[in-house]
Design a protein around this ligand. Sequence first.
Ligand code: GLN
Length: 486
Amino acid sequence: MDLHQLTIHQARDLLRKKEISSVELTKAVLARIESVENRVKAVVTLSAERALEDAGKADKALASGENGYLRGIPCLIKDNMCTRGLRTTCSSKMLENFIPPYNATVVEKLEARGMVLLGKTNMDEFAMGSSTENSAFFPTHNPWDIERVPGGSSGGSAAAVAADEAIYTLGSDTGGSIRQPAGFCNVVGLKPTYGRVSRFGLVAFASSLDQIGPLTKDVRDCALVLNAIAGYDPRDSTSVDCPVPDYTQALVPDLKGLRLGVPKEYFVEGMQTEIRDSIHAAIKKLEELGAEIDWDVSLPSTRFALSVYYIIAPSEASANLARYDGVKYGFSYENASSIWDALEKTRQFGFGPEVKRRIMLGTYALSAGYYDAYYLKAQKVRTLIRREFDEAFKKYDALITPTSPTVPFKIGEKADDPMQMYLSDVCTLPVNIAGIPGLSVPAGLPGGLPAGMQILGKHFSEETLLRIGYAYEQATEWHRQKPPLN
Ligand code: GLN
């Protein structure tokens, strides 16, 4: 096996046994980036020099016996997490030259464990989108078919893992942005419970929905990265102060005693039959592994989730993005005639069309006279959606759904139709609305294109989700399949 194909746990074993060095591993991954990146376009900023320095340091630490499980392992981070000294753009003109003076908490945590940072991944501008076509720089291509999208908004992070351009990556998920691209690229992606991972230093999109999580080559790696990034952070008041278990302890290869529900609303009209077939087959596999399946679960409020999301997320975004005024940091329009002209032009030229659409939607929903009808109503329905999940989780340990209703679509196919684009997240949005965790694992390659299975659980049930994902993965070969890039 080539070094760039290693998982975290495989690389860790080889590093511990001194069969490879971190510098060798890092060079192999950089060479892989060099050879495939012109087709995949997953990386916005490559920091090869810094990576080799990190690797050198990691080798020294490893030699002196400090062999923590992420030490010396090269990763890429979505470009909406602040990295001190390394540009953090959110794939927007607004932040094209922004170099953060501080690290996001997740970056600090990974640094403390000796990560090798290769650079930053492409995304939909400010994480708004489902295809990575909304990047102000360039679209990312799906390694399984470079004419198709990798999903979004963490499309760069998912494509990079699928193409072996990093051993693992971090993404963020506001309405599906880790899980949907993970599903589209045949990798594992976890959105943790809201509050499980600190959002400090994550550029805010919709603060009541945003979470950071791992994208990895298998479920064990996902557990390892979650171990490293989870936990309370006094700098994020929404992070929850409850103990972080060792998530790898949950990885057992059978599902005896687990009750799983299949909510029918997630097998939506217009869903592709190959997705339905793949996920049904996957659920049968879970049954063979010992789980008890209820095929007839109903969560009727699911049908409101898309509308609720597209009130709440843009409302929060319109407030969060008010800070980009060309004064404090980021893009600033130079030849303005007055301070108001400068403000207008900075936002006119700094933001792309989807970001402006969200700001307008959100400003409208929050305006006096419409607030009650839209924002307040959406919050009430949000509570209904959450309660429905709470009720379901009294009966079931987890719910099983497709991650997306379709396989990856063609670049350009939905770019001019926002509603079609929004619909690609119908299966993932309710999860953020309720704040629960969701895991996507590879579950089929119909026609050579990836299909993801989504596993949902109650708040802080990441161990159960990982156990189910792991057992499924051990019994199947999907996650080992590699895209035809060579
Ligand atoms: N695709 C959804 C949106 O555009 C979700 C994005 C995300 O999770 N960041 O809002």
